[in-house]
Design a protein around this ligand. Sequence first.
Ligand SMILES: Cc1cc2nc3c(=O)[nH]c(=O)nc-3n(C[C@H](O)[C@H](O)[C@H](O)COP(=O)(O)OP(=O)(O)OC[C@H]3O[C@@H](n4cnc5c(N)ncnc54)[C@H](O)[C@@H]3O)c2cc1C
Length: 611
Amino acid sequence: MVGAHARGRRHARPAARRRGDAVGLSPACGVRDGEHLRGVAAPARDEGVPVADPTTPPAAPAAPTEFDAVIVGGGLSGLVAASELVDAGKRVVIVDQEPEASLGGQAWWSFGGLFLIDSPEQRRLGVRDSLELARQDWLGTAGFDRDEDEWGRRWAEAYLAFAAGEKRSWLRGKGLKFFPVIGWAERGAGMAVGHGNSVPRFHITWGTGPGVLEPFIARARAGEAAGLVTLRFRHRVDELVVEDGAVVGVRGARLAPDDALRGVGTNRDVVGEFELRAPAVVVASGGIGGNHDLVRSAWPERLGTPPAEMLSGVPAHVDGRMLGIAEASGARLVNGDRMWHYTEGITNWDPVWARHGIRILPGPSSMWFDATGARLPAPLFPGFDTLGTLEHLARTGHDHSWFVLTQRIIEKEFALSGSEQNPDLTNKDLRLLADRLGSGAPGPVEAFKQHGVDFVVADTLPELLDGMRRLSPGDLLDTERIEREVVARDREVEHEFSKDLQLTAVRGARNYRGDKLIRVAPPHRILDPKAGPLIAVKLHILTRKSLGGIQTDLDSRALGADGVPVPGLYAVGEAAGFGGGGVHGYRALEGTFLGGCLFTGRAAGRAIAAG
Ligand SMILES: Cc1cc2nc3c(=O)[nH]c(=O)nc-3n(C[C@H](O)[C@H](O)[C@H](O)COP(=O)(O)OP(=O)(O)OC[C@H]3O[C@@H](n4cnc5c(N)ncnc54)[C@H](O)[C@@H]3O)c2cc1C
């Protein structure tokens, strides 16, 4: 049975809105209406400083600034920078091209996974971690090999120390709590010195992405009430204002109001202009994942031909425009060819944004086949090596691939990345959480199984293979080969010792208490009728993160082509390659993106506050 076709829709679904409530945010997704913009101590004129007529001579000396900082982007990194500035009593204006409903940016949609080293949660599960082991993993994963990696390396060292030290207590102090079972993301390429996490480190925030945002939105709101923070939505920055070599403000277009709900694409109708000035401008505009043209043009040769078809794992506002704007004002962009896209994307049957895809966070047991039906080689098992798999698939010349699994595997091993796909964790709903731990697949996974266009569910292997053929172009898929592989793999399950390295990996994973409890199914025959029905999932490439960006020093000051800070300009979060223009190098250990927003946003806020 192949799932029903996705329904397009303009508004986010009610469940997503309810989740806004559950984390103490308004139904309009975490913010009050636009009325609050009036009547605060900050300027009441929506335009800020009037735009100078380009035909008149340059303006006289800058008028006293009304703000200490302009922050471009109301995502997590911008909000963290704003919170630090509020703590220091500074006046901040946050501008965002999206409506108020989307405050929080991508982080709201995120799973809220955070990379921590040697935490009490890890220790409680018997995981022994250390800064040395994490550094080994990070450097093996990053593969830094360029001159422009200098700042990325320094940020990596600083971030590792943060993740092993102050990060957890700083977040706990802000009210964040973690789900007690730690995930084991990116299990690696199979060698101690290479890519991957040697141990589980993916700490899921209780409340997922909205839970991570909550304290920073609250701080910005408190700042707003105190007259320190001004929020300007539907303000799109098109240009940085540069005077005497220093960035002193931003200029751009005021966009027409749009009542779209969170994440839904909005109009780009220009209704006016604006200019805002401050001695510090922070670029917190995110990456390029929503702009497939930019992704394709930056696609590196080592990943093969850019995919003809991709799903979007991020909303359309992740458009990458600000990077070019910052570059035009002297900032140095580096590592644009380093990106983090997933190979386990599925078409959202209930999309919020265009080409909306969801990433499966897979446990290790599903069999993985390329578009022709060849099994992926060891150690390209589900959840082991994202970019290794992407590179391998690129070499096959086909963008999609297949998971083949059982009902027993989907129930225990499929999680879907995204706050709205995990209502139990996002809403901190213990009753729903108990359902996850019980029998049956979690509700959102079951919904995909029933309605997703990429799912085939069948009682017998011939029926399953028929369904897979129907979803394959031409006669590309060699289903006889899949059958041979499944039967052979099943013979290997019968005894304790196996030459099938995936089975060895599955048995190894179950030595970890967390995996045994909720993430890894006991090894069983795929063709065991008691484990059925059989399931096949067609997987697509899903765009997500940019690993490169604006090069910054450890204060998040943007550096110019000469390596010297551009006066007045800062960059944070994904726009800064999460620090230094590329803290991850070529690959990531996961949970390091939200963490990178926290760390770089905090650094910028503190540096600006310190003057
Ligand atoms: C579904 C999903 C799951 C994820 N899960 C995880 C996870 O578990 N762990 C993890 O570490 N990471 C995760 N991530 C990644 C992480 O959420 C993002 O990398 C991070 O939130 C990016 O934050 P940011 O502040 O850099 O940018 P964004 O959140 O993209 O915010 C940028 C803001 O800038 C605005 N903007 C852009 N250009 C302009 C302009 N010219 N003028 C005005 N405004 C502008 C945008 O409208 C937007 O609001 C996930 C992401 C998604 C989408």
